[in-house]
Design a binder for this molecule. Structure first.
Ligand SMILES: [Zn+2]
Ligand SMILES: [Zn+2]
Ligand SMILES: [Zn+2]
Length: 385
């Protein structure tokens, strides 16, 4: 039997396909591939060699390698569910040799500078890791990885740990006890990277897949599954990767409480920007006056601003006909005036709701008022249903 092994079939450039066809008449082929890890489209790889193997090479019998001795079940749970969001990926159940009972993918939400954040994570790992454990820093782009100088400092400070760095592309096939994922922002140099391929180069590459960011999604899968014990996702939520947003919004089993998190970071995803729909509303302050307001995380691309909650300074979001503070602890809400769009306030003495845009001295100001019960806004839970 001729054995064709090595990394996934998806890495086969077109020329190899014809070569294989030529020898196929006389030999049996044994091929190993994983469509979930196809990440080299730019080098000519085509996921259909794995996911549509029979279309290329005819009838085949398949043996599933569905057990992993590397990552534990909680890492597998996050990674498998995430990669299978693309309906074109083959459906598989990967069973972990190691069963974990609590989340082992930890989301570290902070706006401190990346060196300090990495140090904080490594200090934490040093408290729990066995001697000689490996810590693997991974990023989509090498400029997000720690520099040699920082690594030397870490090695000196934590002699019981080993430190490795790689871009996610070059991490394929490797593993470590702990993975720290960096560069989880959005944009050109984020993950998914929004760099647009030049149309000429695009024409030379295998066909683009219909699912958005299909290959970058697999890249995220590859990064998660490099870890044996635990993955740390380091992220500033004010400019966070759409992949992280997806994990948080869809309640993937993440550890959100390993580190103390500021309320700004906790609330960053709560209110989407009504103007650009891409950014999120976040508390900002005017550099010269110090006055607080709510602005879009997409600034300066998006200049949307609005008033913050008058009780707690958090963003307010629109829910039906109400404005509601995103800070659940605060809970402030107010009806929106259907005439001026301003907030309305209950005037207890007169028993009606009046528009806050009303000015007694200005006959042109909004005079809208409503009697009776306007009601309470739906809760966040009700919205989700
Ligand atoms: Zn915006
Ligand atoms: Zn509030
Ligand atoms: Zn009004």
């Amino acid at each position: 039997m001729e054995q064709v092994s090595g990394s996934a079939w998806a890495e086969c450039p077109n020329g190899v396909e014809s070569a294989i066809r030529m020898i196929k008449g006389n030999v049996s082929l044994f091929c190993v591939g994983d469509d979930w890890q196809s990440i080299y489209r730019f080098a000519g790889s085509d996921i259909s060699y794995t996911s549509g193997f029979e279309d290329h090479f005819g009838a085949t019998s398949t043996i599933e390698l569905d057990k992993t001795f590397r990552f534990n079940s909680k890492i597998g749970e996050v990674a498998s569910r995430f990669v299978m969001q693309n309906p074109k990926q083959l459906v598989k159940t990967v069973i972990s040799h190691q069963t974990a009972l609590t989340p082992t993918v930890s989301l570290v939400r902070t706006s401190v500078n990346p060196d300090d954040a990495r140090l904080m994570i490594v200090e934490r790992i040093a408290q729990v890791a066995l001697s000689n454990s490996s810590v693997y820093f991974l990023a989509r782009f090498s400029h997000d990885l720690p520099k040699q100088e920082e690594l030397s400092r870490l090695k000196w400070r934590f002699p019981a740990l080993q430190f490795l760095i790689d871009t996610i592309h070059s991490s394929k096939g490797k593993e470590a006890d702990y993975v720290v994922m960096l560069g989880l922002s959005k944009g050109k140099y984020g993950l998914p990277s929004e760099i647009v391929t030049h149309p000429l180069i695009e024409a030379l590459e295998p066909d683009r897949e219909p699912f958005p960011h299909a290959e970058e999604r697999r890249l995220f899968y590859v990064a998660l599954t490099r870890a044996k014990h635990r993955v740390y996702l380091l992220c500033d939520m004010r400019k966070c990767s759409p992949f992280i947003q997806e994990l948080v919004k869809n309640e993937y089993p993440l550890d959100l409480d390993e580190f103390t998190t500021s309320s700004e970071q906790q609330l960053a995803l709560e209110a989407a920007c009504p103007n650009c729909k891409r950014g999120h509303l976040t508390a900002r302050s005017n550099a010269s006056t110090g006055k607080k307001f709510i602005g879009c995380t997409n600034f300066p691309l998006c200049g949307h601003t609005e008033k913050s909650c008058s009780w707690c300074d958090a963003p307010m979001e629109t829910v039906g006909r109400f404005r509601q503070c995103v800070n659940a602890v605060c809970g402030r809400w107010a009806p929106i005036c259907p005439v001026s769009g301003g907030e309305m306030k209950y005037q207890a003495a007169y028993k009606f709701w009046g528009c806050l845009d009303y000015r007694s001295s200005d006959p042109d100001s909004c005079r809208h008022k409503e009697y009776g019960y306007i009601g309470a806004p739906p809760t966040r839970k009700q919205q989700a249903q």
